[in-house]
Write a protein that binds this ligand. Structure first.
Ligand code: SF4
Ligand code: SF4
Length: 116
């Protein structure tokens, strides 16, 4: 017990209060999508180990929806690293926890006009 207390006092504070006033630059936060760079290849969906990304095309095929579910995301950055066009960026903006699951889903509308 004494050793544990001694170690805790020596280590000091190693956590940061959330939400951050200003998140550290390298903090892995939400994913941003540059719609103009997305080629609708769905690689990000395939590589996501948490099944946190959903890609769905509208019935008239006029647009697609790219959704990130932050109730599943592990912030591993694999989607960003494997997006060959650089359409994805991992920001350092934390996703605020919300009670409603819908609040943890972020959607990006991609139209065919966005393709270059
Ligand atoms: S964001 Fe990148 S990996 Fe995902 S569908 Fe678009 S181009 Fe492909
Ligand atoms: S950061 Fe990782 S877990 Fe989150 S959406 Fe991208 S690949 Fe999936």
């Amino acid at each position: 017990m004494f050793n544990l207390l001694k170690k805790m006092l020596q280590t000091g504070v190693v956590t940061t209060k959330e939400p951050f006033k200003s998140p550290p630059l390298l903090y892995r936060g939400t994913i941003d999508v540059d719609r103009k760079l997305c080629t609708h290849c769905k690689t990000c969906v395939d590589v996501c180990p948490a099944d946190a990304i959903r890609y769905q095309v509208s019935s008239d095929e006029s647009f697609a929806l790219l959704q990130f579910d932050y109730s599943k995301c592990m912030y591993c950055s694999l989607c960003v690293e494997n997006c060959e066009t650089g359409a994805l960026t991992q920001t350092n903006i934390p996703k605020s926890p919300k009670r409603a699951k819908e609040g943890l889903i972020e959607s990006f509308y991609l139209t065919s006009n966005d393709k270059q």
